[in-house]
Structure formats: structure tokens, C-alpha cells
Design a protein around this ligand. Sequence first.
Ligand code: SF4
Length: 371
Amino acid sequence: GLPTAPARPLAVRRPSRRIQVGPVPVGGDAPVSVQSMTTTVTADVGATLQQIAELTAAGCQIVRVACPTQDDADALPVIAKKSRIPVIADIHFQPKYVFAAIDAGCAAVRVNPGNIRQFDDKVKEIARAASAAGTPIRIGVNAGSLDRRLLQKYGKATPEALVESALWEASLFEEHGFRDIKISVKHNDPVVMVNAYRRLAAQCDYPLHLGVTEAGPAFQGTIKSAVAFGALLSEGIGDTIRVSLSAPPAEEIKVGIQILESLNLRRRRLEIVSCPSCGRAQVDVYKLADQVTAGLEGMEVPLRVAVMGCVVNGPGEAREADLGVASGNGKGQIFVKGEVIKTVPESKIVETLIDEALKLAEQMEKDGALS
Ligand code: SF4
């Protein structure tokens, strides 16, 4: 059989209560899930369902939709019914939309009871309705919308302020015996965010939804999220993640999945081990790596394919991988499971690697490496 590295994460998970977001468990020892949020107008049911389908195809496990108006609330039953992944309604201020979302069959609601209390004491009714329907609630504290009282007390959205706000929000539900809660304390600064989640993790056992809010365009947002989530997840903190990018939401899912795979919190799929190239390279490594990546896109088996520019580190890395090439002198030595199986001219490297990868994948499926 082929070696499939056991997933060994960096840390023991922080113990947390488990909640159910539709069919997806969050917290406890449930795998860390990846979620995103639609960018369509929710009331536009067709466009919203189309985007949810794209997110689902990208691997999204939970999707959130904004619900700022009655038209959006009216769209929730169809969206919740037709989506193949659980839908969370994101609500600010309006208790009536919370009831609508619960009645619509949304898998969860994101709402801060502190917002609602200012208008009307509906928190008890929400707790009762959510409890009866088995609908969990996310309390989402965000640096940008921290309540005035805490801003005055702390001067700005410090980790202490975010955590105090979150625990106060949770206490408004706890008063009514409702604990089916997950919490986020988002900030755009990864350092503040990491400190906030660390504090929160130490002070409650609710499952945590990780997010760096307003993380920015794709490149910056990817790095901020990877660094912050990496720090927390490596300490066992975090039960579900949302990467926020100023980019199409399917990109958020790609990044989220890659973060979990990098930390061994999820089985790795195809992995290309390619060298950065240097003055010794005797082949165009970037082009080769891109072509191999494109040729194997969508492959689900945990295959490591090494694409190396020369014979210095090439044979070593190629040998460690399931499959690889070390190039030199216009030729490529093709390795499978550590053995050179053939040497091909440079023009044949890509097709040979793809051929061999498909053969290995077939073998892995036969051996049940995926079960
Ligand atoms: Fe340079 Fe060779 Fe290492 Fe690639 S494998 S970075 S070409 S020394």
C-alpha cells in the first residue's frame, strides 16, 4: 500500500460544547468547518442560491446570508430549503427577522442580543423560540460595532473589551437557560484578534467561530487570516473558520481549506512540492509546477508531487514524495515511491507526471486509502 500520513495536528483541541448547525457539528471534537457568506442581495433568491451552489462546490460547509430587510426575511424559507449546506441568517437589531429565520428553517442565526435589548426585551422570546426549534445562535462581536459602553470603558476595541462584550451578550441568553451558542470576537488586526480569542477561550466553553474581519483584498487578507488562524488553531482554539476577503466568496473557501490542510486539521489532498528555483535550475520550474498543478486540478487523493529544478535537492525531495521529477540537462528523472522509474526528455515531463499521478490515484482508491 501507499503511505498516507496520519493527520497530526499541532495541538490538542480546546474542549468546547458541541452545537449542531443543521447537519454540521461545531465544537467538541467535530472537525473544524469552513464557512463563508454570500455577497448577493438575499431577496434575489436565484442569485443567492447560485452563489451558494458555487460555494458548496468549492467545499463550503456552512453559508451565511445577510438579512437586513423584510424582503430578505421573506426569501429565507426557499433559500434554507434549496441550499445543500446549512444556511445561517445574519441579523442586526430586528427581532422579527430572528423569528422569521427560525421559522424559515435556517440552521442558525447570527444575532447579538445586546442590540435587541435596546429596543425591546425580546431576548427571552428568542431564547425560547430558538430552543424549541433547536436553532443555535452565533454571537458575533466585531471591533467595528462594539457597544459604546465598552468603547468608553476601554477607549478602543481591545481584546478585553471584545471579550467582555461577548460574554455579556452570552449572559443575556444564559439568563434564560439558553446555551446553544457559538461566539466570534473579530478584529482586523490579527494580533488583537488572537489575544481576544485566547482570552475568550479561557473564559468559556462555547465553540468559537474564528475570523479576522475586514482582512482586506485577497493577498493581504489571506496572509492575515492564515497567520491569525494558524496561531489559534495551533493552540487548539477554533471550531469553525471564516476567511473574510474583498474577493469572491469561493476564494475564501479555498483559503480556509488550505489553512486547515496546512495544519493537518483536514486530510491533505493533492500537494505540489516545488522548489523556488535558483541559479542552478536547468528547467523553468514555475512553468512546470503550474502545468502539473493545472493537469492534476481537482484530484482528491492525498498525493504529494515534487517538482524540482535541479539535481541538488531534486532527487531527495522527489524521493520523499509519492511522485516527482528532478530535472537536469534537458531531461527529467521521474520518481515513483522513491525509485527512478524512467528518464524522459523535458518536453515529456508534464505528461509523464500526470500519467503516473493518475495511475497512483487509481491504485490508492483501490487500496481504500480514501476510506
Ligand atoms: Fe535551486 Fe535545485 Fe533547489 Fe530548485 S532544487 S531551488 S533549482 S538548488
